[in-house]
Design a protein around this ligand. Structure first.
Ligand code: CP
Ligand code: NVA
Length: 330
């Protein structure tokens, strides 16, 4: 049987996405109170998770390795200088060979098409650990954080009860935003995105985000603007990410100039009219130009719980895709 992969939040139904988030949150509570769920103990025993990373990583690497060990498995980190891929060997040969020996591949690559190619020929589940279009493990962690911060309304299996919340994204339209917007659409959470002119969400990606709402009774609405204050209006959560993603380093100077005025500050939140209880999120790593210290280190900031939630997201994703073989159930 062909394995089920996690390349984007778009691969999940609303019920599956909500279940991964709820399972992560409940495992977190149980493990933190010393009661490790029986179903997790040794669930990856004797199994290897190959981690093919051709970009740097702190959170994704540490959370995946720690999650694998907590579940009794063996994480095998393969950095870009460790294996033959890209220098002496093709994606096809690498995928067939590695997947014949391990139980899961967690891969951080540059192009989305590379992780798609890897998955196509892999006999085991491939989990995307970030590519230029998506970052699903981050978005599971982000929704754990939102779910645990904002009291959910009554909900059913396909929802987290977060309908009606509004996220303002101020900054670059990048991989993290794309998957966040897909998740928000599925969960009925509205998003307003402010980017400088010329840095908006590409048309093809807008279509993917819109498609994520098909079949959802009340999908979250997405709007775009070039004015940060407009996006921030009535927002519950202000979010940003780096202005220069990995691989865009040569555009750094140009981007710094283009993004002037897009720093998230307490003054922007006030001027724009964010909700009184507004919170701040960022996937990290963070640079001061995109958010002031005053916000980043304030009580409004959820960045460190959000980072810790990467561990619980990794446990939930490995459970869903490896232990339960893609049958995402409670
Ligand atoms: N947020 C995130 O993916 O961080 P790393 O690049 O450190 O893994
Ligand atoms: N957008 C950033 C996220 C890093 C976790 C990047 O791709 O570099």
């Amino acid at each position: 049987p062909t394995p089920r992969h996690l390349l984007s939040i778009a691969d999940l139904t609303p019920a599956e996405f909500a279940t991964l988030v709820r399972n992560a949150s409940s495992h977190k509570q149980a493990i933190k109170s010393g009661a490790i769920p029986q179903s997790l103990i040794g669930s990856l025993s004797g199994k290897t998770v190959a981690m093919m990373f051709n970009k740097r990583s702190t959170r994704t690497r540490v959370s995946t390795e720690a999650a694998t060990v907590q579940m009794g498995g063996h994480p095998m980190f393969l950095g870009k200088d460790d294996i033959q891929l890209g220098v002496n060997e093709s994606v096809y040969d690498t995928s067939v060979v590695i997947s014949s020996m391990v139980s899961c591949i967690v891969a951080r690559v540059a192009k989305h098409s590379d992780v798609v190619d890897l998955a196509k020929d892999s006999s085991v589940p491939v989990i995307n650990a970030l590519c230029d279009s998506y970052h699903p493990l981050q978005i599971i962690a982000d929704f754990i954080t939102i779910y645990e911060t904002f009291t959910p309304k009554a909900h059913n299996v396909s929802s987290l009860g977060l309908e009606g919340l509004k996220i303002a994204w101020v900054g670059d339209a990048n991989n993290v935003l794309f998957d966040l917007a897909i998740g928000a659409t599925k969960m009925g959470v509205d998003m307003a995105v402010a980017t400088p002119k010329g840095y908006e969400i590409p048309t093809d990606m807008l279509k993917v985000i819109q498609k994520a709402g098909e079949g959802v009774p009340a999908p979250g609405k997405l709007t775009q603007t070039n004015v940060p204050e407009e996006a921030v209006k009535d927002a519950d959560i202000l979010v940003t990410d780096t202005w220069v993603s990995m691989g865009q380093e040569e555009e750094s100077k140009k981007r710094m100039k283009a993004f002037e005025g897009f720093q998230i500050t307490a003054d922007l939140a006030t001027r724009g009219g964010a909700k009184d209880h507004w919170k701040f999120m960022h996937c990290l790593p963070r640079h001061p130009e995109e958010v002031s210290d005053e916000v980043f280190y304030s009580e409004r900031s959820l960045v460190f719980p959000e980072a810790e939630n990467r561990l619980w997201a990794a446990i939930s994703a490995l459970e869903g895709f490896v232990v339960k073989k893609g049958k995402i159930v409670e």
